[in-house]
Design a protein around this ligand. Structure first.
Ligand code: SF4
Length: 276
């Protein structure tokens, strides 16, 4: 139940509901598949409510732009990638143009993203493969995408889900980390994590699920000090308490649009009868 707490801000008057013993059993692997599925879908629903605006944070206007931006996002932030892609795609707007780009010129454009020589090589090689094997168009099938140099299932799912409308689960660092924290999987291999999540969440929701989990990992459920006291999934999370549980202290940890002073959605409803 939501109980009174002292303090101001968007979580004033609230303390988070704690997970039931049944939910805590999820951490020990004693949870049934049915219970895990039900709990996963409640976490997902709470995250859709918290981040209804979640989206791919890379800017793009075409599948090619998203594919290249995703390749560039390795070891840097989406914000940094977005700062260079307008120049990149303005100068080389097609796969053919990227494939025949002057290497030194592209390196200068990509320098702020780090590893710019390797990334320049990746972009040119990728563009050449798209020109030579797919007539300059990014293919819309997983089995084709993963044959492109530097493109694995994670990148392919980003492109399929966001540029082609094909549901895909993007197992990046946040999705893998939170899936393990929630007991959705015990795996560390991204392909196995993807398979475990796919068994819990309806296929039509896979792309949005990826967005909201990534948003949650970036804004609330941090690796080192998650803001448990300002989290909408506390009652279904076996890891509740790994981070700050005091609501007022926790909300000060929130990042980006959930920073102190932001207007948050109402907290999720009280515990459901079948959760004890
Ligand atoms: S912030 Fe805390 S309660 Fe929320 S998902 Fe992360 S570990 Fe669980």
């Amino acid at each position: 139940m939501v109980r009174p707490a002292v303090g101001g801000g968007p979580y004033a008057g609230r303390v988070p509901a704690r997970p039931s013993p049944a939910v805590r059993r999820a951490a020990t692997g004693e949870e049934s598949p049915v219970a895990r599925t039900r709990r996963a879908r409640r976490i997902a629903a709470a995250l859709y409510d918290r981040y209804p605006y979640a989206h791919c944070e890379l800017d793009f206007d075409s599948p090619l732009q998203l594919l290249v931006a995703t390749v560039l996002s390795a070891q840097t932030t989406d914000v940094m990638v977005n700062s260079v892609t307008p120049t990149l795609f303005g100068r080389w707007p097609t796969a053919a143009a990227l494939a025949s780009a002057d290497r030194a010129e592209m390196e200068a454009v990509l320098k702020p993203t780090g590893f710019f020589r390797a990334k320049t090589n990746s972009v040119i090689t990728l563009a050449q493969a798209i020109v030579e094997r797919f007539e300059g168009e990014v293919p819309a099938r997983m089995e084709d995408l993963v044959t492109l140099p530097g493109v694995g299932r994670k990148t392919a799912n980003v492109v399929l889900g966001n540029a082609f409308g094909v549901p895909g689960i993007t197992v990046d660092t946040h999705v893998g980390r939170l899936a393990r924290r929630w007991g959705w999987t015990q795996e560390t291999d991204p392909v196995k994590v993807e398979k475990d999540i796919a068994a819990l969440i309806p296929r039509r929701d896979w792309t949005m699920l990826s967005h909201v989990v990534i948003f949650h990992g970036r804004r609330t459920c941090f690796a080192r000090k998650p803001a448990c006291g300002a989290c909408p999934v506390t009652r279904w999370c076996p890891a509740f308490g790994e981070g700050e549980t005091d609501p007022d202290t926790a909300r000060r940890l929130l990042k980006f649009e959930l920073a102190p002073g932001a207007v948050l959605p109402d907290p999720p409803p009280g515990p459901l009868p079948d959760e004890t």
